[in-house]
Structures are given as C-alpha cells and as structure tokens.
Design a binder for this molecule. Structure first.
Ligand code: CTP
Length: 434
C-alpha cells in the first residue's frame, strides 16, 4: 500500500536497514515477524517544508486513521505506529527521505535514481545494514529492476554469508562512536565476527579519544545530554536486556569501549561477579517487573566507579531519577550496614532495612561483604514476609481498644515473632499477658 501511494506521487520506495538484513537471514519458508521497519522514499515534494517521507506517512495515515504519526526533525522523517491487536504485534514504520534535495528533478534519470539511494545507504553503519529492497517499480522500465530487487552496493549479502560485521568507511566510528556498541551487539547477537580492519577502525577511534565526545559536558553546572548520550544509553539498554549481554560486555571490554561510559570503567572479575549476582537476585526474587534487569545491570556498572563519579555518569546517561538516587544513596547505606554488628537480631535487621526498596538493597548487597549480603537475602526472602500471629481484629477481640497503641503492640509482636520468642497465637496471647 505504501508502495502504491509512493508510485502515485512518482516516488521510489525502499525497505532498508535491519529488516532487509533479517529477511535475508531468515529461511525463505519461515515467516518473518517484523516489528520495526525502515522505509526510504526517494522523491521530491513540491513543498519546500515537507520531505516526501513525511508526505507519504501523512497519506498512509489518511488511509489508516487509527495509526499514530510522529514527525521527527524539521521535515525529514516520520514514524507510524500500528497498535498491537490480538492478531497482530504492534509495528513501527519509520519513513525517511533519501537525500535528493540537490537534484532539481530527482530521479530524472536512472543514474540519479541509483545514486540517491546509494548515498543514503552509504551513510549507514555496516554493510549488512546497508542494503535496500525496492518496493516500487522503477521509472525506467527494466525487467531486472521490479519490486523485490535487492540493492546491495557494498557487499552486504556476501558479508551476511561470511558472518562479518564490516563498516563502510574508515571514519564511521569517529562520526558515530555508538556504532562501536552496535558492532558488538550485532556480532554477539548474530554470532558474527567483527572483520579485522573494522576492529582496527574501532581501536583507532577509541585511541583517538572519541569517548570524550560522549562524556559529560557541563555548562554552568547544567549537564547537557547530547544526542550521543541518548543513543549510547539505548545501545546499552539493547545489550543489557538481551540474552547475550555477558558476551557483549566482554567484547566491549576487550575493545576498550567501556571507556565511552567512563575512562576508568573496567570489567574486572569483581564487576563480572556483581553483574551476575544482581541479575540472579532479581530473577530469583521474581521482581524483574519492579525494575527491568537492564536498568539494574546498568546501575551495577556505574556503581563500579568511584562514588564521586557515579551521579554525573548516571545523569549523562539519563538514568531515571530513582536510578540516580539509588547510586547516590548506595555508599552511605552500604557503609552504614557494614558498620553494624553481625550479631544483630532479625528484628533489628528488619528495622534497619525496612526503609529501603528492593533495587537499592540488591545494589548494596552485591557491593557488600558476605555477612551483610546474607542478612539482606534473609530479609528479602524470609523476614520481610513474616507477620505476627495476631492482627488488629484479634486485638479487639481480646479487649484492646483501637488506637495508637495498636501499632506499637503489633510491632512488638512482630519483633517477638521474628526473633523466635513467639510462634503461634497461644504464645502471642501469653506474650501480651506478660
Ligand atoms: N543506523 C546507522 N547508524 C546508527 C544507527 C542506525 O547507520 N548509529 C542505520 C542502519 O542502517 C540500521 C538502521 O539505521 O540498519 C536502523 O537502525 P536500528 O533500528 O537502530 O537498527 P536495526 O538495524 O533495525 O537493528 P535492530 O533489528 O536491532 O533494531
């Protein structure tokens, strides 16, 4: 339908990027579930203010009024969202305009037509992501170039076969350092290798100090979050929420790319252990709905830095206010707990830990001594769930008058239960009678 609309305007439409890669990687008899696709329109719109991509998105929205339309940038890209329904996953369609604005009559001849989409693809990250599938008929009838023709100018399909991640030009990582993270993400996700010359470009970009570009820039105390930071965070999110996060972090560390987060961040054995245990705790406590595990892992990574560096790195990466707060609280809470005597009773430990929420306690636990960690684990799995054998109604039935003392009595009963002095209702009543 989008191709029909484009053809009515005399434009060309291409499927580009990850969807083409994934289609080529999938066996032809397997259905491909695409949830996010990128289209590029090669065409010229008479309005100086609106790109052909935006105009195409608007005509699609006229056909499907329930679809959400967002327009990004001044006039070049549009995103359409088809909402999830029972038979259909939600689908994002990004529509961009190929850079044809230099040509007064775009697609005026086949060379211009090819060069415009070629230029668009050449700006992309890796050969495997720089292929296009033509969705429209070419203006200049050529039976080899109907809809479905694969445009592969840079050897993407060969690299797919050879399982190689290869950049298109030497400056790619200097122009966009987050591509270092993307290279690792695709390599680990697809089981590909980063091609040796591409790896040299990555190392060169890192050696040239490119990571400084991503780190904090403060103007009069205000942290500026440049677009690079946003993209780095979304790459980190992608990696940390995947099943291959451990392999990806190892490869990022091997390339020296964790410097993009902070020059002193190193993936040593201690950090590896902390990441694994935080992940295990979250899953064993079955609370990943409370805090997505990628967020907790990112906080553990940042918590490996010196306490004074944590908040600024967290701000630069635009962590949630809660996340920043946890990283600030971590050190005081941890040292307060470490200073406690290990002979505290369960009720005293509950008293100490009660004010803190689970995500902070997990962060503290993975950064603490074994003794403290054990107490936090017991608190989370046993002591925080204990209830006294009597409740408010029981107290009323025993003749106690409701009021402020109720809470005190119930708290005392809870402590006695936690510390093993009271086990059941009879013992609780006897305890109250003392
Ligand atoms: N792209 C790029 N450089 C970036 C980010 C994206 O060149 N830093 C290009 C690539 O051509 C990529 C396309 O934009 O294929 C779409 O980006 P994105 O949706 O982030 O990635 P996908 O390749 O679609 O991968 P995924 O399946 O993981 O979403």
């Amino acid at each position: 339908i989008a191709a029909n609309q484009a053809e009515q305007h005399g434009w060309h439409l291409y499927l580009v990027g990850g969807a083409v890669r994934d289609l080529l990687l999938t066996d032809s008899d397997q259905p491909v579930m695409l949830t996010d696709i990128d289209l590029v329109v090669d065409g010229f719109h008479r309005s100086a203010d609106v790109g052909a991509g935006v105009e195409l998105a608007r005509s699609l929205q006229r056909l499907y009024p329930d679809v959400r339309l967002d327009i990004h940038g001044r006039f070049q890209t549009a995103a359409l969202l088809w909402h999830k329904d029972p038979t259909f996953d939600s689908l994002w369609v990004d529509i961009a305009t190929a850079r044809t604005e230099f040509y007064p009559y775009p697609a005026a001849n086949p060379e211009v037509e090819a060069s415009s989409i070629r230029q668009d693809l050449y700006r992309r990250d890796f050969t495997i992501n720089a292929m296009a599938l033509r969705l429209t008929n070419p203006r200049f009838a050529d039976t080899r170039k109907g809809p479905g023709e694969l445009l592969d100018f840079f050897g993407g399909s060969l690299d797919l076969q050879a399982k190689q991640i290869r950049v298109l030009h030497p400056n790619s990582f200097i122009e966009d350092p987050t591509r270092i993270y993307r290279a690792v993400r695709f390599a680990t996700r697809l089981g590909f290798e980063i091609e040796p010359q591409t790896e040299r470009y990555i190392r060169h970009a890192i050696a040239s100090g490119i990571y400084e570009q991503i780190q904090d820039r403060q103007v009069a105390g205000r942290v500026i979050a440049p677009a690079l930071q946003t993209r780095l965070k979304s790459e980190l999110k992608y990696i940390l929420q995947s099943s291959y996060w451990k392999a990806a972090l190892n490869q990022l560390a091997h390339l020296g790319a964790l410097r993009c987060i902070h020059p002193k961040l190193e993936l040593d054995d201690e950090l590896r252990w902390q990441l694994r245990s935080a992940d295990r705790w979250l899953h064993r406590l079955d609370r990943s709905q409370l805090l997505p595990s990628w967020q907790l892992l990112l906080e553990v990574l940042i918590a490996h830095l010196a306490p004074d560096d944590r908040a600024s790195v967290a701000q630069n990466l635009q962590l949630s206010a809660d996340g920043i707060d946890r990283l600030v609280q971590l050190e005081p809470v941890r040292s307060k707990l470490e200073s406690l005597s290990i002979s505290l009773s369960p009720s005293q430990i509950v008293q100490y830990l009660k004010p803190y929420e689970l995500p902070l306690l997990i962060l503290v636990a993975v950064k603490s001594s074994r003794a403290i960690r054990k107490q936090i684990w017991r608190y989370l799995t046993i002591w925080s769930t204990v209830k006294p054998p009597l409740d408010g109604n029981d107290l009323k039935a025993l003749g106690y008058k409701p009021g402020r003392q109720f809470k005190q009595i119930l708290d005392d009963l809870l402590s006695a239960t936690l510390d093993g002095r009271v086990h059941d209702r009879a013992e609780a009543e006897a305890y109250l009678a003392q």
